[in-house]
Design a protein around this ligand. Structure first.
Ligand code: FE2
Length: 285
């Protein structure tokens, strides 16, 4: 059974050794350098997460991050006085959402001939890299990500989003690996998260909860790529271990589908979406 057939049957495919572990280490080291250059007292995030109008400010920080590189903090990483409770590299929840287009190291990691061929095998006609996230899942405070499917957040007509989830570090049940429902991509999508006015709303399309008892853990070694169908319910638990669980994700849509203009993620026309084989524009374009 080939990759496309397994993907159609299960809604996900686990591909061990897809990325050389040294390339995972390089990406992790690069992220460390990016964070080392951030002064949390000057950069916006800490201000955002410590203001009295916290919710609104955090929402704005998120909603305008679709074509930028921003960092987001773990819940519990800021005290009541607006100070970090731990060093920044251990307080960050994720980076998002356009590293693949704005950062040369992420760009190279995200666009390889192997990924381009894989997108073909999955049936993409015009794959476009929409969103990237570097997820830290910090030891002790890395929280649960509730059961959801990615189509809820990145809606196209017809549905086309596929998640590419790279284990940058080993992922186990202890440190909060992914769980998924085999064949669950055929379950009707429960919610849609979209913009409404200056905020967002989660529309309930089907009030039935996902059958989370059918989730199975996907424990994988670093370098593994897990491909997730856009309507596949998946979940990850809190990190109760002493080890972090770094992962990098890109979400890809098909350019033949209609990307709705009330999706939360909107990009400046100055930064058009690109595929796996389209080189970055020269500097100073
Ligand atoms: Fe997801």
């Amino acid at each position: 059974m080939d990759i496309g057939e397994r993907f159609d049957r299960d809604g996900f495919v686990v591909l061990p050794d897809f990325v050389d572990p040294h390339r995972c280490d390089e990406l992790k080291a690069h992220v460390g350098e990016l964070l080392a250059a951030v002064d949390p007292e000057v950069d916006g995030a800490l201000t955002v997460f410590s203001t009295t109008e916290q919710t609104h400010a955090q929402h704005e920080w998120f909603l305008t991050s679709g074509d930028r590189i921003r960092w987001f903090l773990e819940d519990g990483a800021v005290d009541a006085h607006g100070r970090l409770t731990r060093p920044l590299p251990l307080a960050v929840n994720k980076l998002g959402h356009a590293m693949h287009d704005l950062d040369p190291v992420f760009d190279r990691f995200s666009r390889t001939p192997e990924l381009a061929d894989l997108a073909d095998a999955l049936g993409f006609v015009d794959p476009l890299l929409l969103q990237s996230m570097y997820i830290f899942k910090q030891p002790g405070i890395g929280g649960e990500v509730v059961c959801h499917c990615d189509h809820t957040f990145l809606w196209t007509e017809p549905p086309s989003v596929v998640g590419f989830w790279f284990a940058i570090e080993d992922a186990t049940v202890d440190n909060g690996c992914l769980w998924a429902i085999p064949g669950g991509h055929r379950i009707p999508v429960r919610t849609r998260f979209r913009r409404r006015g200056s905020g967002t709303v989660t529309e309930v399309l089907d009030p039935e909860p996902y059958p989370t008892e059918r989730l199975v853990p996907l424990e994988v070694a670093r370098g593994t790529l897990i491909v997730l169908h856009g309507t596949l319910p998946h979940w990850s638990g809190p990190n109760r271990s002493e080890r972090s669980r770094h992962a990098y994700t890109i979400h890809v849509i098909d350019g033949t589908a209609d990307y709705l203009d009330d999706n939360w993620l909107q990009r400046s026309p100055d930064l058009p979406l690109r595929g796996f084989r389209v080189a970055s524009p020269p500097p100073g374009r």
